[in-house]
Design a protein around this ligand. Structure first.
Ligand code: ARG
Length: 456
């Protein structure tokens, strides 16, 4: 590799440019890509069948050496590609030296990264469905529990706890769509692009695509070696998924506080304090909230690396890896631990119901009641606003007022106003997508269908 140089590379440069410390993670993808390439070269008569078989056999042995920790990569060899190739040449000599025919590290690393991202997407989607299933189970098990719904973190209208939880099912379902979409664009074979201009050999790219499980081959060699959109897209989808998880995390932190006390997090998913013996801390949720920041950072990192890069490959692009590996690991771990944590949640139904009865959460229902008696909504809103003020002045909740007090604010109020409850409020919202039990039941059924991969 250094035949055109007069000197060895400076030690600092070697350390600075090496990626072996992190790209060794790609060894399976690199070996798979090389085996497919060797097969294709033999099929095209560019190397012999014997050479291709020797290469494939030796690469499988090298995989085994790496799996079992018997392979010591060297920094002098810079990256995973050179390390594996050097070991291959040690093992099979001449044949190994022919493997890099009609290939460059530029299309090699691109194919490795695409294989890695496709696998990462498959794992991510599996874990997303597992978390969705845990959410659906908790929603189902607590399908009758009513709690305050919030806007501005102020009690707003009663909702079913299941309705609230299923909102997260929807977010994760959009994440599923996004990752599925990202997969389509990662599913393009760059191999055959060479360094940038394509290769002057009669290779079979369709065969390579078939061997490696790619649905398409790239259309432009210069784009293929310099495209990292699929990395950015994974990171963007991961950032949105982490944003969703951070919102769920925040709610679990709030709900498990003594102030809310709507849920209890299982002991196995909570931590203690080194000084305050009474503490039970929701650290898992807090860390998920925190790690979301790092995942966003990784997205900004790769966007910035790719910004303004001239075509085609530039070494800057080696910086696509650490952030991606970190994001994939963080997202998978977060999804996994959340699945366990959510499954173990105990709902304090009485406390949630009591919170609904404190204060004036049925105010909208009273306004709707007056609308039912023919009043324009804005007028009804004003009357109930004054009624709420009256209740607050008297140190009461709306449900503590007598029928005479109601009538004092509008003659339209009749006895039946006293039968408005959180239950009737929830049941009244029977519109598609509303919180009425019948609608939530539909949402649950739809969720179960989607998790089985059926269309709704
Ligand atoms: N380690 C390099 C990377 O990850 C592999 C490609 C190197 N190509 C090159 N022309 N130096 O990007």
């Amino acid at each position: 590799m250094r035949d055109r140089f007069k000197k060895d590379v400076d030690r600092m440069v070697r350390e600075y440019t090496a990626s072996i410390a992190f790209d060794m993670l790609l060894y399976n993808q690199d070996i798979d890509g090389s085996i497919a390439h060797a097969k294709m070269l033999a099929k095209q008569g560019i190397i012999s069948n014997k050479e291709s078989e020797d290469i494939a056999g030796a690469l499988e042995d090298i995989r085994e050496e790496i799996d079992s920790g018997r392979f010591t990569p060297s920094e002098e060899l810079e990256d995973v590609h050179m390390n594996i190739e050097a070991r291959l040449i040690e093992k099979v000599g001449e044949a190994g030296r022919r493997l890099h025919t009609a290939r460059s590290r530029n299309d090699q690393v691109a194919v490795d990264m695409r294989l890695f991202v496709k696998e990462a997407i498959a794992h991510t989607m599996e874990k997303l469905v597992e978390l969705q299933a845990a959410i659906v189970d908790v929603a189902q098990a607590n399908k009758d529990v009513i709690m305050p719904g919030y806007t501005h973190l102020q009690r707003a209208q009663p909702v079913l706890l299941a309705h609230h939880l299923l909102a997260y099912f929807e977010m994760l379902q959009r994440d599923m769509d996004r990752f599925g979409n990202c997969w389509v664009r990662a599913d393009v074979l760059p191999l055959g692009s060479g360094a940038l201009a394509g290769v002057p050999y009669d290779i079979d790219r369709e065969f390579l695509a078939g061997e490696l499980g790619f649905g398409e081959i790239s259309e432009n060699s210069m784009d293929a070696v310099s495209d990292r959109d699929f990395v950015i897209e994974y990171q963007a989808a991961a950032s949105i998924a982490m944003m969703h998880l951070s919102r769920l995390a925040e709610e679990l932190v709030l709900w498990s506080s003594q102030e809310f006390n709507f849920i209890e997090i299982d002991d196995a998913f909570a931590t203690g304090s080194s000084i305050m013996p009474q503490k039970k801390n929701p650290d898992v949720a807090e860390l998920a909230r925190g790690k979301t920041g790092r995942v966003y950072g990784n997205l900004m990192g790769i966007l910035t690396v790719m910004k303004s890069l001239p075509l085609a490959y530039n070494r800057d692009m080696q910086e696509d890896k650490e952030g991606l590996f970190d994001t994939v690991g963080t997202l998978l771990a977060t999804l996994e631990v959340f699945t366990g944590m959510v499954a173990g949640i105990r709902v304090n139904a009485d406390r949630a119901r009591a919170a609904v009865d404190e204060g004036s959460i049925l105010a909208t229902d009273l306004a709707d009641y007056l609308v039912g008696k023919g009043l324009p909504f804005r007028e009804a809103h004003g009357i109930v606003g004054r009624l709420v003020q009256h209740a607050i002045d008297g140190g009461k909740g709306l449900q503590d007022l007598t029928i005479d007090e109601y009538k004092g604010f509008s003659p339209l109020f009749e006895e039946d106003v006293l039968s408005i409850t959180a239950e009737t409020s929830v049941a009244a919202r029977a519109i598609a997508g509303g919180t009425a039990p019948a609608q939530v039941k539909k949402q649950l059924a739809r969720a179960r269908k989607l998790m089985k991969g059926e269309d709704d």
